[in-house]
Design a protein around this ligand. Structure first.
Ligand code: SAM
Length: 197
C-alpha cells in the first residue's frame, strides 16, 4: 500500500493508466447536477480541481457554462476528457498541482478531491481555496462524512473536524448531510456551500 508521501503526480497518473479508479462513477453525480441546474448565470468562472475524468466539466460544457476550468495532476485523465469533449478550450485544461495554481474564480467545485489530499494539508487546502476565489466566491461540493482510511486515500473525516479547518477561511451557507447522494455514497456525504471570508 502506498503511504502518504507517495501521493505524487505519477502516483495519480498511474492510477488512471492502470484503471485503478474506484472513485470514478462514470457520470456526473446527482448533487452536483442538481446544484448546476439551478444556476442562472452561465458566464461565471468555475474551477474543478482534482477533476479526474471530469464528467462534471462535460456536463457544464454541454450546458453552456463555457468559463469552466479543469485541473488535474493526471495527464491521462485530461486526455480521456479531451477525447470525450474535443471542443473544450485547451487553455482551460490545467495539468498542474492544485497548490501551485493561480487565478481567481467565482465558483470552485469539490468532489472526491479533498479526500485525495494528505490529511496534514487540510488547512492549506482551504487556505488555497480561499486564495483562488474572487470576493463573494463559493466553494461548493461534497465531503465524505465517514472515517475511511488513515494511511492512504480516500482520507475521511466528519463535520466538526472539517469545520475546524475551514472556519478561518469560509462562512458556512450550507454544510449538512447530502439528501441526493448517489446510491454508493448515500448517508456518507456532506453537501457544502461555503462563502469566501
Ligand atoms: C479520488 S480522485 C477524484 C477525481 C474526480 N474528482 C472524480 O470524482 O472522479 C482525485 C483526483 O485528484 C487528482 N489530484 C490529487 N492531488 C492533486 C494535486 N495536488 N493537484 C492536482 N490534482 C490532484 C488526482 O489526479 C485524481 O484525479
Amino acid at each position: 500500500m502506498k503511504n502518504n508521501l507517495s501521493l505524487t503526480k505519477d502516483f495519480w497518473n498511474n492510477r488512471y493508466i492502470e484503471s485503478k479508479i474506484g472513485w470514478d462513477v462514470g457520470v456526473i453525480t446527482t448533487p452536483l447536477k442538481e446544484y448546476f441546474d439551478q444556476l442562472n448565470d452561465k458566464t461565471i468562472k468555475i474551477l474543478i480541481p482534482g477533476s479526474g475524468n471530469s464528467y462534471e466539466a462535460e456536463y457544464l460544457f454541454e450546458n453552456n457554462f463555457l468559463n469552466t476550468y479543469v485541473l488535474d495532476y493526471s495527464e491521462h485523465a485530461l486526455n480521456n476528457f479531451r477525447k470525450r469533449v474535443p471542443d473544450f478550450s485547451e487553455s482551460k485544461l490545467l495539468n498542474n498541482d492544485f497548490f501551485d495554481v493561480q487565478g481567481k474564480f467565482d465558483l470552485i467545485i469539490e468532489q472526491t478531491f479533498f479526500c485525495a489530499i494528505d490529511k496534514s494539508r487540510r488547512s492549506e487546502y482551504f487556505k488555497k481555496m480561499n486564495d483562488l476565489l474572487k470576493p463573494n466566491g463559493k466553494l461548493v461540493g461534497l465531503l465524505f462524512n465517514d472515517s475511511l482510511n488513515e494511511n492512504h486515500p480516500p482520507f475521511g473525516g466528519n463535520e466538526s473536524e472539517y469545520k475546524k479547518y475551514f472556519e478561518t477561511y469560509f462562512n458556512t451557507k450550507v454544510f449538512q448531510p447530502s439528501y441526493n447522494s448517489i446510491e454508493s455514497r448515500c448517508g456518507r456525504e456532506l453537501f457544502m456551500i461555503l462563502n469566501k471570508k
